[in-house]
Structures are given as C-alpha cells and as structure tokens.
Design a protein around this ligand. Structure first.
Ligand SMILES: O=C(O)CCC(=O)C(=O)O
Length: 351
C-alpha cells in the first residue's frame, strides 16, 4: 500500500509515517541496480569551488571563477553573498517549525497538482512515479511576492514574514549571478536577464525524515534542474551529492554558504559550454534533514535557444528553440530520470 498519499481526509505525508517504522515500506525500495551505494561516495568539500561574491559586479576575476566552475562542475558554493545570517537562521527555523506542526495543520497546504503555485506534497510527482522518494516538500512561488504571499501557509505565525525576508535577498543574489554568468560567456551583462522574460522564483522546503534503511531509497534520485539556476541552503546534515566524472561526491554543508548549480536553461543558452549536472539527495538513519533550494526560472512564454554569439562553424547550434513552459511540463510529466530532459530538445534528436 502506498503510505504517503492523499485520500480525502486520510491524507498522510511521509513524515507522519516515518516516525513509527523500522523498515522502509516496499513502495520506497529502489531496484537493486538503482540504489545509492553509499559506501562508494567520495567527498569534494575541498574541490567544489567556493566563490567569494563580495565584489561580483565589479570584478572580472569572480565571473571568470564562476565561469570555470560552471564548465568544470556545474556547481559552486558562495560566501559573502549579502544574505544576512539572521535571515538564514529564521528561514531554517520557520521551516523546521512548519514540519513540526500537527499533520492536520500541515495538510491545509496539501496538493498533488504540480501546477499549483503553493503546495505541500511528498516524494516528487505522486501522480506519475512508480517508486516513491523519502521526502516531503512545501513548494512556493515567490516572485513577484505580492502575487503569491496570500496563498502561503499562515502558520507558524511568522511564516510569511520569514520566508518573504529570505526570498528577497536570494533573488538579488540570483540576479548578480546571472550577470556574472552572462559576462563569463562573453555575452552582454544583461543577456540572460533578458533572455528569460519575466522572471520566476520558486522556493522549496525539503524535509527528509530519518530513514531506517537509507541504502534502499533516495531523498531525491539523480536529476538535473530544469530551470536557470538553483541556489540551495542546507542545514548541517549532509545529504547532497553531485555527479562528477562519473562518480557521486558528497557536498558537505559549510555554515552560511549557499550551493549554486546551473540548470538546463543555462546549458542551452550556453550551447553546452556550461553543464547542468546530475545531483541527488540521500537520507540517513540518524537525523532528519532540511534543504531549501530556490529555483530561478524563465517565464513560461520565454523562448529559449542557444545565444547566437556562441554559435559558429566549430560550435554548431545544439538545440531547437522551445518555450520554457513546454520544457517544464515535460520535466514534471516524465518524473526524475537520469537521462536529462535536454536530450528531447537537441537538434540531433530530430535527425
Ligand atoms: O536536498 C538537496 O540537497 C537537493 C535538493 C534538490 O536537488 C531539489 O530539491 O531539486
């Protein structure tokens, strides 16, 4: 029986199931060929680039560092990002409080419809997937704030204020990073800003309960992000892993830093110069984990294609143009898969 599901008033999230079990329910167990193999994971704390954003707009050096990280890893960490420590603490605290509320209170936000702009759900897409993921999540659209704030949970009482206070400076960081990335590609500073139309910003509060058999399941299996860039805050419990040269590597938390990764849309805009890299979340038996990714997105109508400045005889255009809305729908409908959704839009796909 599916443990985390919505049936009228009998909605049950993973968090409420996981606290009382000592074996992973069968619908969370991955086939033997698709398990995390936790003993084979390396650590790249020392080598995932850590970029000091102190002077990101003025300094060529920072945008070059970011460019190199996008080429070599698709991932980097940022410090001196300008997001106040109190804002980070309050965001983490209110997320923890949200998931500590009684089930009846949390379920007021429940929906299994991915098109909803505010929703609590579980796993990834409960409507389409065969194996569930060890995660509950609250996903909120958050830009423009005034369009969505009224939909957000009103409990805990400080929820809306704390989350709004977090989303504003994270957006500032996203805008600075998009400029630095444009510059690093030799494009006009505002190239990506303009290419993605009216910007969208979503934040997810991921809650991964303790898991009695973490070797059998994933918090989230390997996937690439469909959006432009993702800026992730994690608590002090490790769980994020990144695929690097064919090997899964753990990215352990550094307090007050954020982890940034390039999404599929930058891979397309850069005509494959920058890579949208597979990453996954694993779970553990000793401690629940919270991660808070901000997904910065194009508008659904934005027409995405490789920048013409990056196409020449040696670098033929690798993608057909598509709207982000079209791309995003494919991403949600097919579920998290190791083969990236990008392949469906490659020019070679049509030959
Ligand atoms: O929890 C994490 O560290 C990764 C989260 C993630 O990849 C996602 O929400 O798409």
């Amino acid at each position: 029986m599916v443990m985390a599901m919505a049936m009228g008033s009998e909605k049950v999230l993973l968090l409420d199931v996981a606290s009382n079990i000592n074996r992973v329910p069968s619908n969370y167990i991955r086939p033997i060929t698709d398990r995390p193999n936790l003993d084979k994971v390396g650590s790249i704390d020392a080598s995932i680039p850590l970029v000091d954003l102190h002077d990101v707009t003025g300094s060529n050096d920072v945008s070059q560092q970011i460019g190199r990280a996008c080429e070599d890893y698709g991932f980097f960490q940022v410090k001196n990002h300008g997001i106040p420590v109190e804002v980070i603490h309050k965001m983490m605290q209110v997320s923890r409080e949200f998931f500590s509320m009684p089930q009846s209170e949390r379920l007021k936000s429940y929906s299994d419809d991915p098109s909803k702009t505010t929703r609590l759900s579980t796993s990834f897409n409960v409507k389409t997937e065969k194996v569930s993921n060890w995660r509950d999540f609250l996903r909120l659209h958050c830009y423009p704030l005034e369009d969505y704030l009224h939909e957000w949970p009103s409990s805990p009482t400080s929820f809306r204020d704390d989350v709004a206070e977090f989303c504003k400076p994270v957006r500032e960081v996203a805008l600075r990073l998009l400029e630095a990335i444009s510059k690093s590609l030799g494009l006009e500073r505002d190239y990506i800003n303009r290419a993605i139309g009216q910007h969208g910003q979503h934040v997810a509060l991921n809650y991964y309960p303790r898991c009695p058999q973490p070797e059998l399941t994933y918090g989230l299996p390997g996937h690439a992000d469909p959006n432009v860039i993702t800026i992730l805050l994690q608590d002090d419990v490790p769980g994020l892993q990144v695929l690097n040269n064919g090997k899964w590597l753990a990215v352990n938390p550094i307090p007050h830093t954020f982890i940034v990764n390039i999404g599929d849309q930058i891979q397309v805009l850069s005509n494959d110069r920058y890579k949208s890299v597979l990453h996954r979340a694993v779970v553990n038996s000793y401690m629940e984990r919270i991660s808070i990714p901000t997904f910065y997105c194009p508008s659904p109508e934005a027409l995405i294609a490789p920048a013409s400045e990056l196409i020449d005889e040696d670098h033929p255009c690798l993608y057909t143009s598509f709207t982000y809305g079209e791309y995003y729908q494919k991403f949600w409908n097919r579920g998290l898969a190791k083969e990236t959704c990008l392949d469906l839009f490659r020019t070679s796909h049509y030959i």
